[in-house]
Design a protein around this ligand. Structure first.
Ligand SMILES: [Zn+2]
Length: 178
């Protein structure tokens, strides 16, 4: 239902087409998202791709009607694994896969732009808008010195990020989802 039909595999994303030729493309600058409680891991990946991706689990929202209200109130597109909920929510994206790499592949097919950003924009932990840490600032013990490694800090939860092993793992998962 509701698919555009005839999409050949080799149509779908050759990686660097940033100026989207697909009219239905979904990208971090334009689309805000809300993920249901089943999709917490996917939320982290989407935030690392720059999406403003709210997670129902963080918001304490579980009931279908509350999810729909929240999505509408904040202008967010709902991503859900619940078929009935997706069917009655405008613009919702239904995910059928359980594994996060497979879910990323599903989103690509649905027209989502998925790539790590050169400059991180969102906190993977809480969805806050992160800020660069100045080179002369101090960082917590778990983080590298910002004079040597570019770091970002989330003003909402205080988490410090850098492009370390977690970043590499997410990059690898995005690659596998192609
Ligand atoms: Zn945060």
């Amino acid at each position: 239902m509701g698919d555009e039909g005839g999409s050949d595999d080799d149509n779908a994303g050759d990686g660097d087409g940033t100026d989207g030729d697909a009219g239905a493309g979904i990208c971090p600058g334009a689309d805000r998202l809300l993920l249901d409680v089943m999709l917490g891991k996917l939320a982290v990946y989407l935030r690392m791709c720059g999406y403003d991706a709210a997670y129902a689990g963080d918001r304490g929202v579980e009931a279908d009607d509350r999810l729909r209200e929240l999505a509408a109130a904040e202008g967010r597109r709902l991503l859900t694994r619940d078929e009935a909920l997706a069917a009655r929510t405008d613009g919702a994206v239904l995910l059928t896969e359980r594994d996060v790499v497979d879910q990323l592949a599903e989103l690509r097919e649905a027209g989502f732009e998925l790539a790590l950003e050169a400059t991180p924009a969102r906190c993977g932990r809480c969805n806050g808008a992160v800020e660069a840490v100045p080179p002369d600032a101090s960082t917590p013990d778990y983080a590298p010195p910002p004079a040597e490694t570019d770091c970002w800090r989330c003003p909402d939860c205080g988490q410090v990020f850098w492009k370390g092993s977690h970043w590499d793992r997410v990059a690898a998962a995005l690659e596998r989802s192609r």
